[in-house]
Design a protein around this ligand. Structure first.
Ligand code: CUA
Length: 322
């Protein structure tokens, strides 16, 4: 299966770094408090006077002055308040750090969450340079990224732990999240808000490339789909356009322009299919086209009744869409 770094404790960007920093305050302080409370509870139980079931209740402690206990309680309350203040201060500072990411020359991506996949539209001042892809973002290392989050059907949540914190995609209420990847690598993201049957299979990969590699990738994505070079792939394209595939998917450079499912213009360049459900290999693609419900029950893509030689042609065409 496709891996990718998915770890809040291994930050690869400024945002995740700030959040990991907060965690390094929270974890020891809360552990310390927990242990102290448990020790105090244990001591209290151990020191409590033992009594049988029929003994008279001993309420003498209600009138007995206990200056030592009083002092301990006051001291414990003061320490708790102080620790809470430290954590409050640290979270405010973290919030400020998150808000202060420099955003000059940011890359703009519009990310829409659907049940159960992600559509990414790479914005550009020049409309002819805008392109759309799915379930896999490429970003240049060191350049800030502003992602506009759009919920298309239900609430989803954007979460790429090694790069940034969580942010919900709420239908009718667009929000943004910004991050910067400081190290090249593959970072795994996951929808972090329960959004239905296949919520768990709603992965998102963020691939941070060196700027030149990113520019090459983006240039390739902008290009229309390559013309099929073999007869089989040509037949595959005709099948794609004639069958129900074109009712949901788009392939730029062909008449397929539907936007109900992932854009397939360069599907062969992606690591996975089905939003991380399967590795993008020829045999997996074939199995997926034949029966996606087997891998992702409830997905909107129906299982297809398709002759083996047609399936092979279709798959040859999709495999050529680099
Ligand atoms: Cu989308 Cu959970």
């Amino acid at each position: 299966m496709i891996g990718g770094l998915h770890d809040v404790q291994v930050p690869a960007g400024a945002q995740a770094q700030a959040i990991a920093g907060l965690w390094h305050w929270l974890l020891p302080i809360c552990t310390l408090v927990f242990v102290a409370v448990m020790v105090a509870l244990g001591l209290a139980l151990w020191r409590a006077p033992r009594a049988g079931n029929d003994a008279e209740p001993d309420v003498s402690a209600l009138w007995r002055p206990e200056p030592k206990v009083k002092r301990t309680v006051i001291a414990a309350a003061a320490v708790s308040a102080l620790l809470l203040l430290v954590l409050l201060g640290e979270s405010v500072l973290t919030d400020r750090a998150l808000a202060q990411l420099p955003l000059e020359n940011a890359l703009h991506i519009e990310l829409t969450g659907y049940q159960w996949w992600w559509e990414a539209r790479y914005d550009d001042p020049d409309p002819s340079r805008i392109f759309t892809t799915a379930n896999e973002l490429h970003v240049p290392v060191g350049r800030p990224v502003i992602v506009t989050l759009i919920g298309a059907d239900v609430i989803h949540s954007f979460w790429v732990p090694s790069l940034a914190g969580k942010k919900d995609l709420i239908p009718g209420r667009d929000t943004t999240v910004s991050f910067r990847a400081d190290r090249a690598g593959i970072y795994r993201g996951q929808c972090a808000e329960f959004c239905g049957y296949q919520h768990a299979k709603m992965a998102l990969y963020v691939i941070a490339d060196r700027p030149e590699a990113y520019a090459r990738w983006a240039e390739r994505q902008r290009a229309p789909a390559p013309q099929p070079s073999s007869d089989e792939a040509k037949r595959g394209r005709d099948l794609f356009l004639a069958r129900s595939c074109a009712l949901c998917h788009a392939i730029n450079g062909t008449s397929a322009q539907a936007r109900h499912a992932p854009d397939l213009t360069h599907v062969a360049s992606r690591m996975t299919i089905g939003a991380g459900a399967l590795e993008n290999t020829p045999s997996n693609r074939e199995a997926w086209i034949l029966d996606p419900q087997q891998f992702k029950p409830g997905t909107k893509m129906p299982s297809e009744n398709i002759a083996p030689q047609d399936l092979a042609a279709l798959n040859a065409y999709l495999g050529s869409l680099q």
